[in-house]
Design a protein around this ligand. Structure first.
Ligand SMILES: Nc1nc2c(ncn2[C@@H]2O[C@H](COP(=O)(O)OP(=O)(O)OP(=O)(O)O)[C@@H](O)[C@H]2O)c(=O)[nH]1
Ligand SMILES: [Mg+2]
Length: 365
C-alpha cells in the first residue's frame, strides 16, 4: 500500500512523516518550495505473522508494508505547483491529509490563520480543480481522436467522464460518486486525486490531544464529510509522535502511558488506512517464508494469486484455504490436522478471499 502524506504548506506533513516512519527528515518553520520527495517504507504490525513464524520458524518473515510519501504542500490557487505534487502521488492508494490544528506564531500559516475547516475546504477545492483539469484534457483528447476518424478505445469512458465532470462542477469530490466497477475501470488510468480514500489527520498541540476544543473540531470535520463518512478523521500530535518514533521501546511505553496514548500513531494510522482503504491480509506459509499479503476486501482467489506471481494466476488450479483462527486454534498449527478435521477448504478462482486466510495455491504452467 502506498500512502501520500499531503496537505497545505506548513501543516506538519514532514513531522507526521517522521512520526510514521521513524526517519528524521528536517522540518522547517518556513514553507518548503523545492527539493526531493521523502519516501519511507514501514512494516505493517500484525501479530498473526509473528504467531505463524513461531509455528514455521521460517528462513524469512515478511509482513506486508506501507510506503509513505511526503512532498511539497498544496497551495491555494496555484494549479501549476499543485500539479507537480499530484503527479508524484497519483498512484497512491490513499491520501493522508495533514491539517494544521496547532497554534504557533513562529510557524507561518499560508492562509494566515489556524482554521482547520477552512484548510480542508481549500485543500478539497484544489483536488477538485486538479481533477477537472484532467477531465478536460482527456475530453479534448477523445474529441481530437474522433475528428481523426478513429474509433474510441472505450466508448464507456466518455460517459463516465461527463458524470465526473458534473460532480466536480458541483464541487463534489469524486470519491462521493457511485461508480460501478466498469465505470471505475474506464477512468482509472486518469488517476484522479479526489477519488482516493481520504484520511484526515488533525495535527494538534500535545495539550490539545484530548481537549474539548479538539473533540468539537473533529465533530465539525466529520460533519463536513457527512453521513457517508467519506473520510476518516483523527487527531494526532505530530510533534509528540515524532519524538515517540525516535525513542527506544522501553522509554516509549512509559511515555505513551503518561500521555494516555494507547497506540502510537505509527500503528494506529496503518490500521486506520487498512480499514478505510478496505484492505485485508492473507498469508502464505512454509519453512522458507511466512508472508502477509495485502489485498482489497472482496478480491477473489485469482486476484490473490496474481499478487504473488502472474504464473500462479495464469496456471491457477485451486486454492487450499484455511482461516488463521482455525489453523492456530483447532488445528493446533498443523496442516495435517487441519485436513483431518476438515478445516481446509478447496476453493476455485471466484472464491472471495477472507481476512486471515492462509492460502496454498495449486497451479500449473
Ligand atoms: N508547535 C507545533 N509545531 C509543530 C507541530 N507540528 C509541526 N510543527 C512545526 O511546524 C513547522 C512545519 O512543520 P513541517 O513538518 O515541516 O510541515 P510541512 O507541512 O512538512 O511543511 P512544508 O513541507 O514546508 O509544507 C516546523 O517548524 C515544525 O516543527 C505541532 O504539533 N506543534
Ligand atoms: Mg515538509
Amino acid at each position: 500500500m502506498k500512502i501520500a502524506i499531503t496537505g497545505l504548506v506548513n501543516s506538519g506533513k514532514t513531522t507526521v512523516f517522521n512520526a510514521l516512519t521513524g526517519i528524521g527528515v528536517e522540518t522547517t518553520a518556513y514553507a518548503t518550495t523545492s527539493g526531493e520527495p521523502h519516501m519511507g517504507v514501514v512494516k505493517v504490525p500484525d501479530a498473526r505473522v509473528e504467531k505463524l513464524s513461531e509455528i514455521y520458524n521460517p528462513k524469512k518473515k515478511t509482513p506486508s508494508s506501507v510506503q509513505y510519501i511526503d512532498y511539497l504542500g498544496i497551495t491555494k490557487g496555484d494549479q501549476k505547483q499543485n500539479r507537480k505534487v499530484f503527479e508524484l502521488v497519483k498512484d497512491s492508494d490513499a491520501l493522508v491529509h495533514v491539517v494544521r490544528g496547532f497554534a504557533d506564531e513562529a510557524v507561518v500559516h499560508p492562509l494566515e490563520r489556524v482554521d482547520p475547516l477552512n484548510d480542508i475546504n481549500t485543500f478539497e477545492t484544489e483536488l477538485i480543480l486538479g481533477d477537472m483539469e484532467l477531465v478536460e484534457r482527456r475530453m479534448k483528447g477523445i474529441e481530437q481522436n474522433r475528428k481523426k476518424g478513429n474509433k474510441p478505445t472505450n466508448p464507456e469512458e466518455e460517459k463516465v467522464l461527463k458524470k465526473c465532470n458534473e460532480a466536480l462542477e458541483a464541487e463534489k469530490p469524486l470519491r462521493l460518486l457511485e461508480l460501478t466497477e466498469d465505470e471505475q475501470k474506464a477512468v482509472r488510468h486518469l488517476q484522479f486525486m479526489s477519488i482516493k480514500p481520504m484520511i484526515v489527520v488533525l495535527n494538534v498541540a500535545e495539550n490539545d490531544l484530548a481537549s474539548d476544543k479538539t473533540a468539537s473540531i473533529i465533530k465539525e470535520i466529520e460533519g463536513l464529510y457527512g453521513e457517508g463518512a467519506s473520510a476518516t478523521v483523527l487527531a494526532m500530535s505530530g510533534k509528540v509522535e515524532m519524538e515517540i518514533a525516535e525513542m527506544d521501546a522501553e522509554d516509549r511505553d512509559m511515555f505513551l502511558e503518561d500521555l494516555g496514548i494507547t497506540e502510537p500513531a505509527l500503528d494506529r494510522l496503518i490500521r486506520i488506512c487498512y480499514e478505510h482503504v478496505g484492505l485485508i491480509s492473507f498469508f502464505t506459509v512454509g519453512e522458507d517464508e511466512v508472508k502477509a499479503w495485502a489485498i482489497i476486501k472482496g478480491s477473489d482467489a485469482l486476484t490473490a494469486a496474481g499478487k504473488i506471481h502472474s504464473d500462479i494466476q495464469r496456471g491457477f488450479i485451486r486454492a487450499e484455504c484455511i482461516g488463521y483462527e482455525d489453523f492456530v486454534g483447532e488445528a493446533e498449527g498443523k496442516m495435517a490436522t487441519a485436513k483431518d478435521k476438515g478445516l481446509m477448504r478447496l476453493e476455485g478462482k471466484t472464491h472471495k478471499v477472507k481476512d486471515g486466510d492462509i492460502i496454498n495455491f495449486r497451479f500449473n504452467v
